[in-house]
Ligand binder design. Structure first.
Ligand code: PEP
Ligand code: MG
Length: 582
């Protein structure tokens, strides 16, 4: 038995047999010389392969549009564009004509040049594009060779799909009645494949490093999408343990399903709003089916990241309008561009910094580049008439930043009025509380905004001086550290006094025990990844407001984060035993 650790991207547990999708070396065609007379035939073969690939991709796109959503199907627009890339096509044709080589060899020579060029760029956007080019390239080669794409479409039994990587088109075309989970060597939580797995609700773990080389088709395997592990060749007792877990998880999901559309309200009737965090509009069906009452954090920087140029005001307007309309009458909080830290933009050639998390980023960058910021503000304001939009500024460290941002917002409003463009005059504006200095002056900040949204991910990072992406010091990253709880408590107290409402949109709200604590502190709204919603709702529905408040008071009496964590877990286990079945 071997346990591999990776990144959990879609929850649930599956036990079954592996189906290994080999990423054969598609791009190593042998050099085959041709005569000048063969040139037209090779060009025709290449063009036919492009046409067939195009029709294959259109089929996949149609299937996804029907079975999932229009947004998911749009991932394939990028693939189709690659097929129309004149430079690539001309390069291949001139190889065939000039070098007198077969279409396969010409194509692989050109595409390998692309791979090399892309590999040297340290940029998430380009890495994603490289994956698209590989995916399309694989299809072109197979069509040139007249082979069928290794088929995931017609499986006859349940399998756990194992592969080095899975392209969105492979994920999209797989037979979902038989693919019960998947595990890949590479990939990250925000890859399109991971997002699709979540939408399809198939347990999935990515970043398993070498699973595709360790496992052969038919091997027994367990994918644990809750913990982010894969167990190869599990022993009998592990299988039995996981069979129990699988059953419990299924029952738990049924139980949670039953309360999904009920309000998040304590036993004594105190309502809390439960909203979802999204990165892409494609996640909307999933958040609604998990009972989200709106979007509490729309991380718009991903919109800027998936491209080589900056999004125009109109493009942003179209995206924001779509989200506003689809959620209407539910609220949507657009977080203005939070660039920096671990989120680089490929479209902006910014200098590398020694301390990127504390550098020229987020609101600091937006205030220094008002033309970029104002385009986003204008797009959000224009979209505000199509639903219930709100806006919030990230990484606020002092009151001047909020005032400056609001001044730019007022300027944009005046410009829109002058141009007779409609917008919601009452669109609420909030400040994210992610830096201790902001939490400490929430009494002052409250005079400038309608709400606060506590970004606990960064609040913990900046308060405890713990880089949130550094695994070596992850043991210091303590959400239950008394300092964090005190900053949250102070923020809520100041907010209540000044009558502004408070949300928590960091990962902390997705932990049921922490969620009860936050309700006890007086938080009005919690926003989290959609999968956590039913569980957190169940937690809130299991306690009274008084119990939550007592929990908050008692938690603050401990001196270490570890003690608080243990206390909360023990207490919540007693208050909401059902929650711990999984
Ligand atoms: C946070 O910092 O808690 C937050 C919600 O923002 P992000 O995770 O995008 O930095
Ligand atoms: Mg943040």
């Amino acid at each position: 038995m071997e346990i591999l650790r990776g990144i959990p991207v879609s929850p649930g547990v599956a036990i079954g047999r592996a189906f290994v999708l080999r990423s054969e070396d598609f791009f190593s065609a042998a050099r085959t010389e041709i005569t000048p007379d063969d040139v037209p035939r090779e060009i025709l073969r290449f063009e036919e392969a492009l046409t067939r690939t195009r029709s294959d991709l259109m089929k996949v796109r149609r299937k996804i549009a029907q079975e999932l959503s229009h947004e998911h199907s749009e991932i394939f627009n990028a693939h189709l564009l690659i097929l129309e890339d004149r430079t690539l096509i001309e390069d291949v044709l001139s190889q065939i004509k000039g070098e007198k080589v077969s279409a396969e060899f010409a194509f692989t020579t050109v595409i390998k040049r692309y791979f090399e060029a892309f590999q040297h760029v340290d940029d998430e956007y380009l890495r994603e594009r490289l994956a698209d080019i590989k995916d399309v390239g694989k299809r072109i080669i197979l069509n040139l060779l007249g082979k069928k794409h290794q088929s995931l479409e017609h499986l006859s039994e349940d399998v756990i799909l194992i592969s080095n990587d899975l392209s969105p088109s492979e994920t999209a075309s797989m037979d979902r009645t038989h693919v019960i989970a998947f595990g890949t060597d590479i990939g990250g939580p925000t890859s399109h494949t991971a997002i699709m797995a979540r939408s399809l609700e198939i347990p999935a773990v990515v970043g398993l490093d070498r699973i595709s080389t360790m496992v052969v088709t038919g091997k027994h395997i367990i994918i644990d999408g809750n913990r982010g592990i894969a167990i190869v060749d599990p022993d009998q007792s592990t299988i039995e343990r996981y069979e129990q877990e699988e059953k419990r998880f299924a029952q738990f999901v049924i139980q949670l399903d039953a309360i999904k559309l009920l309000p998040a309200e304590t036993l004594d009737g105190h309502r809390v709003e439960l909203l979802a965090n999204i990165e892409f509009p494609a996640e909307i069906p999933s958040i609604l089916s998990h009972g989200a009452e709106g979007i509490g954090l729309y991380r718009t920087e991903y919109f800027y990241m998936n491209r080589v140029d900056l999004p125009t005001e109109d493009e942003q307007f179209v995206a924001y309008r779509e989200v506003a309309e689809r959620l209407n009458p539910r609220p949507v909080i657009i977080r203005t561009l939070d660039l920096g830290g671990d989120k680089y933009l490929s479209s902006l050639d910014l200098p590398k910094e020694m301390n990127p998390f504390m550098g020229w980023r987020a609101i600091r960058f937006c205030l220094a580049r008002p033309e970029i910021f104002k385009a986003q503000l204008r797009a959000a304001l224009r979209a505000s008439v199509f639903g219930k939009l709100k806006l919030m500024y990230p990484m606020i460290s002092n009151v001047t930043e909020v005032r400056d941002a609001n001044r730019l917002l007022s300027e944009v409003k005046e410009e829109l009025k002058a141009a007779r463009v409609a917008f919601d005059e009452k669109m609420q504006v909030g400040a994210m509380i992610e830096i201790p200095s902001a939490a400490l002056i929430t009494d002052v900040l409250a005079d400038e905004v309608d709400f606060f949204s506590i970004g606990t991910n960064d609040l913990i990072q900046y308060s405890l001086a713990v880089d949130r992406v550094n695994a070596k010091i992850a043991y210091l990253y303590e959400p239950t550290h008394p300092a964090i709880l005190k900053l949250i408590q102070l923020t809520v107290q100041n907010a209540k006094r000044k009558k502004v409402w408070v949300s928590v949109c960091g990962e902390m709200s997705s932990d049921p025990a922490m969620a009860i604590l936050l309700v006890g502190f007086g938080i009005d709204q919690l926003s989290m990844g959609p999968f956590a919603l039913p569980k957190v709702k169940k937690a809130i529905r299991s306690v009274t407001l008084k119990q939550a408040k007592d929990l908050a008071v008692r938690a603050l009496q401990f001196t270490t984060g570890e003690e608080i964590k243990k206390f909360l877990e023990a207490k919540v286990k007693l208050l909401a035993p059902d929650l711990f079945q999984d």
